[in-house]
Design a protein around this ligand. Structure first.
Ligand code: 5AD
Ligand code: FES
Length: 349
């Protein structure tokens, strides 16, 4: 197994067969070696820096019905909310004072936020905080829409592919098309966004071969960012009784992604921190180099429950900022409050 890991380190690629062998057969010692290799690779490109992103969950309305997601349209148990422009700017204000230079606007697929409304919000953020990057995470939209949002000043876009397996994708996403989602990712790239893809680990019936397909998809797309988290059940969804994904396998996927895409911006996700109190530190030590603490107003935090027992729902932005810094330092790294653009996009405004 170590020979496969060395080859991956040197070539930034490995055959599907060898990747599958790694997923099927690593000892604890091999896994340790994998994490160390991923950490060294991150160090080569980013040193000790860990980038901070301020996450603003601005709407939990969603028209989609993803089987795993707590804010799916037909979950009648969630209290829905939307933040208006003034509330969003207030979150940015607070975040900016804490040092954040990237704001991630995330929400469900909420038709209330037309292009006109989003353009207005993005323009306001960019004119008030001209030294900041704006990342959007609002799902599948048309090419024209993505174009208008880019022109308004959005720099980056997160749209996880969720799973590269066609059958698994279809079983989890009623009424959606995997082909369209993948097309959206390529469209975003062609428009000049820094693009984030990503997937969940431990979905029901997901095999190691499916996870290899996720890695192969990432290698082909070559996104600037990749979000990887364990599946965690949310009690009011169709998958509410399914066991959560494994922290170990999630960390392995983080490390393999670092080795396949050496320069990728790779968050240590909240879902990992939810399953394991040291999960985020472990991800940083397995090749992750980004954290995304929450800037949403505390009175709406609990309503953005994609899965059960989500951490930080009661914590003020300033508290999370400090908490996460302690964690980063304890893992052996340092906070970098810069915009943290991908190395290929250093001049983006
Ligand atoms: N468990 C883990 N991750 C989830 N997401 C949505 N629901 C869950 C869940 N139950 C992830 C999806 C989505 C991202 C914002 O959160 O991958 O793209
Ligand atoms: Fe929010 Fe630790 S990051 S409390």
């Amino acid at each position: 197994m170590k020979a496969h890991i060395d080859q991956l380190f040197e070539k930034s690629d490995l055959s599907d067969k060898a990747l599958l062998a790694l997923l099927d057969g690593m000892s604890d010692d091999d896994v340790h070696y994998l994490f160390e290799s991923a950490r060294r690779k991150k160090q080569l490109h980013y040193g000790d820096s860990v980038y901070m992103r301020g996450l603003i969950e601005f709407t939990n309305y969603c028209k989609q019905r993803c089987a795993y997601c707590g804010i799916r349209a037909d979950n009648g148990q969630v209290e829905r909310y939307r933040l208006n422009k003034a509330q969003i700017l207030q979150c940015c204000e607070e975040g900016h004072a804490l040092g954040y230079r990237t704001f991630v606007l995330q929400g469900g697929e909420d038709p209330f936020y037309t292009d006109d409304r989003l353009v207005d919000i993005i323009r306001s953020i960019k004119s008030s905080f001209s030294d900041c990057a704006v990342t959007l995470s609002v799902g599948e939209r048309s090419r024209e829409s993505y174009m208008r949002l880019k022109e308004a000043g959005a720099n980056r876009y997160l749209l996880r592919h969720e799973t590269a397996s066609p059958s698994l994708y279809a079983s989890l996403h009623p009424g959606m098309s995997q082909e369209n989602r993948i097309q959206c990712l390529y469209t975003l790239k062609s428009l000049g966004y820094q693009v984030g893809a990503g997937f969940m680990v431990g979905l029901p019936n997901q095999t190691h071969a499916d996870l290899v397909a996720d890695l192969r998809f990432l290698k082909q797309l070559s996104p600037e960012m990749v979000g990887i988290g364990p599946f965690i059940p949310q009690k009011d969804t169709p998958l509410g009784q399914v066991p959560h994904g494994s922290v170990r396998m999630t960390l392995i996927m983080v490390a393999l992604t670092r080795l396949l895409l050496p320069q990728v911006l790779l968050p240590s996700t909240t879902a990992l921190g939810t399953l394991d109190s040291k999960g985020r530190e472990k991800a940083l030590r397995a090749g992750a180099n980004v954290v995304m603490p929450n800037l949403s107003p505390t009175d709406v935090r609990e309503q953005y429950a994609l899965y059960d027992n989500k951490i930080c729902t009661g914590d003020e932005a300033a508290h999370c900022r400090q908490c996460i810094e302690r964690r980063i330092v304890s893992a052996g790294f340092r906070v970098d409050m810069g915009r943290g653009d991908h190395p290929d996009y250093q001049t983006s405004s």
